[in-house]
Design a protein around this ligand. Structure first.
Ligand code: HEC
Length: 266
């Protein structure tokens, strides 16, 4: 047993000075790890931290302001997944992620065109030149193509939210991606000193539960927009759990020498 670093707690291992029972086996704390492992963990934390920042920016880029009001709201989430009966996909994009791509006047003009029936003659006369000048730079080579009336017209229909195909794609990417992120982070975090070991287990499990709530709610929001609240809650819990684990790891890895004497959780 000792060869595996595992010695069962002895019935007689009462420490006479502390009068507490010690479990001989313990998972090493950061300060007890070889330097190369601490370097590896530091590098992983740095790249994950950077990824986290970009993820937050990305969420705001894509979702904030889609409902016409600045900031990220539950309504923005509802529009993203369930769509909106009074908005087309083109309008949703122009109010949200594409809002900076043309002048406010041009955006108003395109939206007015959509709302008054998306007429083909009007498209050829006034709308196509704007798309040509402001949008085709990117959209000539990426979906959705905005070159012709036939391509733009479907985007002017009522917005049904993200398609099932897109939802399948982002779900599987997120399930794999998030699992790997939180597996790495959780394994590193397992070396952290947390006095309450239940708290440590909870903090490790929390982001995984949040993944289920978050991704499950994307799908459920298509059925009922009430679930936009649990999308929000799941995402928030995931973000907070990530930040807590990351901060505790970074602090203890770089600044905490060893856990206090006699305070090691078993
Ligand atoms: C700098 C490059 C760029 C320019 C310029 C640009 N777009 Fe986009 N557009 C993108 C990217 C990237 C995406 C995908 C972003 C995403 O999924 O959030 C996108 C997505 C879209 C979508 C799809 C949104 C959806 O429902 O999935 C629409 C519609 C759109 N753009 C319209 C426009 C219009 C109209 C213009 C011109 C006023 C424009 N874009 C200009 C890069 C650009």
């Amino acid at each position: 047993m000792a060869a595996y670093g595992l010695v069962p707690p002895s019935r007689h291992s009462i420490d006479s000075t502390m009068n507490t029972q010690h479990t001989v086996y313990h998972h090493p704390f950061f300060s007890e790890l070889p330097r190369h492992l601490r370097v590896l963990y530091s590098m992983i934390l740095l790249t994950l931290g950077l990824g986290y920042l970009f993820a937050v920016i990305q969420i705001f880029e894509v979702h904030a302001g889609v409902d016409g009001k600045p900031g990220l709201s539950v309504r923005d989430i509802q529009i993203a997944y369930a769509g909106t009966p009074d908005n087309s996909r083109l309008e949703t994009a122009l109010r949200g992620p594409m809002s900076a791509m043309a002048s406010p006047g041009q955006i108003r003009q395109i939206i007015a065109w959509v709302r008054t029936g998306a007429d083909e003659a009007e498209f050829n006369r006034n709308i196509q030149p704007i798309l040509q000048a402001k949008c085709q730079l990117c959209h000539a080579s990426r979906d959705p193509s905005l070159g012709s009336y036939a391509e733009v017209s479907p985007l002017t229909a009522t917005d049904g939210g993200v398609s099932i195909g897109a939802l399948v794609r982002v779900s599987h990417v997120h399930l794999f991606g998030m699992t790997l992120i939180f597996a790495f982070l959780g394994l590193i975090f397992s070396h952290a000193y947390v006095r309450q070991r239940h708290l440590k287990s909870i903090l490790i499990a929390l982001p995984f539960l949040a993944i289920f709530v978050d991704i499950g709610s994307w799908w459920l929001t298509k059925v009922s927009v009430v679930f936009a609240y649990t999308v929000f809650a799941g995402g928030a819990v995931m973000g907070i759990a990530f930040a807590l684990q990351w901060l505790i790891c970074a602090h203890q890895l770089w600044f905490l020498r060893a856990p206090p004497e006699g305070a090691r959780p078993d």
